[in-house]
Design a protein around this ligand. Structure first.
Ligand code: PFF
Length: 466
């Protein structure tokens, strides 16, 4: 239903808003990237610094983004323009959100590539369930190198990579084209609870059948000697990606929030839920991986290679493997929907297309980039699109998009958001939106005005030149 005077649909309830925003935040970033990053960066020190970043940088920026959206009641650039206009500031600040919308589009294109891998593993476990049966371990009689080889095997098959990528994108487009209530909200309201049920089940399973105590020790023993600059940078980048920040996604979702929603409280719930899921993802994956005697520090292969090998020795291995990847699929879809919604809302409001046409235009663009990303693991592996920039000299197409969004767009978008909300926008307007008072309000202002922009600038510079 269109909300009075806004010209667009709003969330039907506060719960729907929370589920959709948590759905955006919780995704491949939590299930795939967080455990891999924690494993590569030494466990506990990374985890502690990650929590620190969520509280001191992520949460204040998250609140800043949703409040801009809620005040503006429009696509992200238009929302910033309205806040600027109501603050008698330059409307040129909308550039921060235009960059964000573009970054969301770029992320969408490669996010759907990884979404396609998840679909592939669903297929792998379905067929394994038929072959191995219900109760034994997965992949009966197959060598570990065979299981590990599934991912490189997929990378070698360009046609399959492209097909899976476009399939995942098409499902995302289907829901965004249907609009807020019957598309985006529907996905969040049905899939997020299912996600949580499967997720808790798998965590409990991991705790009972896997090596839970080693996993807890690994994730929560803080060895400060391991806290290097590189680890800190990885932690803050991960916090931003996981909270969907710096790319206009949360601004766009904030625009559909009702006036009586307390944004500070809601932001706290979103950040809390996202962080809890990341921690629990570590506590679901590492016990299983450790029980199989495998290493934590393999990076991106952790979820797609080590975990399937670990399922081989577990009771009900194929079934749990299937449940695991279905769960990751749900989490990924609620995130990709938000990545597509940010540019779609812009195209559809700015150029007065219908929502389905706007979805199609953005989706086709993402498909073109997605095909290039899909092929960058084999067919065009030598193509270095940003070879002229030293930081990205070695990056293939997929890595270049990942690097440029995480190292450039996200921090720059967030720095500009902090400056805009903390220094440029009218303080009274901001205070009317943010739902904070007393000490919390003071703290938030100090964080947004000083701590976040300074910390983010350091991160940006170290990320680019360090
Ligand atoms: N937060 C998502 C994840 O952790 O997988 C990724 C993401 C979604 C980033 C939406 C940015 C965004 F706007």
């Amino acid at each position: 239903m269109a909300a009075a005077g806004t010209g667009h649909e709003n969330w039907s309830s506060r719960t729907a808003f929370i589920l959709a925003a948590v759905g955006s935040a919780v995704g491949l970033g939590n299930m795939w990237r967080f455990p891999a990053e924690a494993g590569e960066n030494g466990g506990g020190a990374f985890v502690l610094f990650y929590i620190f970043c969520v509280l001191l940088i992520g949460l204040p920026v998250l609140l800043s983004e949703v409040l801009i959206g809620r005040h503006g009641q429009a696509n992200a650039p238009e929302s910033v323009r309205r806040v600027a206009r109501d603050s008698k500031a330059s409307e040129g600040w909308s550039i921060l959100a235009s960059m964000g919308v573009f970054a969301a589009f770029l992320i969408l294109s490669f996010y759907c590539v990884v979404g396609g891998w998840v679909v592939y593993y669903i297929g792998v476990f379905v067929s394994d369930l038929f072959q191995t049966g219900l109760s034994g371990g997965a992949f009966e009689g197959r060598a570990a190198s065979d299981i590990e080889g599934l991912l490189p095997g997929l990378f070698g098959n360009g046609g399959l990579m492209v097909g899976l990528n476009l399939g995942f994108l098409a499902v995302t487009m289907f829901f965004v084209a249907r609009g807020i209530a019957s598309g985006i909200e529907w996905v969040a309201v049905y899939l997020m609870p299912l996600f949580f049920v499967l997720f808790l089940g798998i965590t409990i399973y991991g705790a009972f059948t896997g090596n839970f105590s080693d996993a807890v020790a690994y994730l929560f023993t803080f060895d400060f000697s391991k806290l290097t600059g590189e680890v800190m940078l990885a932690a803050v980048g991960q916090a931003f990606f996981s909270l969907s920040l710096g790319v206009a996604g949360m601004m766009t979702y904030g625009a559909y929030a009702n006036r009586d929603t307390n944004l500070a409280e809601t932001s706290g719930i979103i950040a809390g839920a996202d962080t809890a899921v990341a921690m629990l993802a570590g506590l679901a994956i590492f016990p299983i991986v450790f029980a199989a005697g495998l290493s934590a520090s393999v990076g991106p292969g952790l979820m797609f290679q080590s975990l399937p090998i670990a399922f081989q020795a577990m009771p009900f291995g194929s079934l749990i493997g299937l449940a695991f990847f279905v769960m990751v699929f749900f989490a990924a879809l609620t995130s990709s929907v938000s990545l597509l919604e940010a540019p779609t809302a812009y195209v559809f409001e700015k150029f007065s297309f219908s929502r389905p046409v706007a979805t199609l235009i953005v989706g086709l663009g993402a498909a073109v980039l997605g095909v290039l990303s899909s092929l960058s693991f084999n067919e065009i592996a030598e193509f270095r699109p940003l070879g002229f920039i030293p930081t990205f000299a070695e990056a293939n197409f997929f890595d270049a998009l990942d690097g440029v969004t995480a190292k450039l767009f996200m921090p720059i978008g967030a720095i500009l958001t902090c400056i805009f909300v903390g220094w440029i926008a009218d303080a009274k307007l901001i205070d009317d939106e943010n739902g904070l008072d007393g000490v919390l309000h003071q703290t938030w202002r100090v964080l947004v005005r000083f701590v976040c922009p300074v910390a983010l600038t350091v991160i940006l510079l170290v990320g680019l030149f360090g």
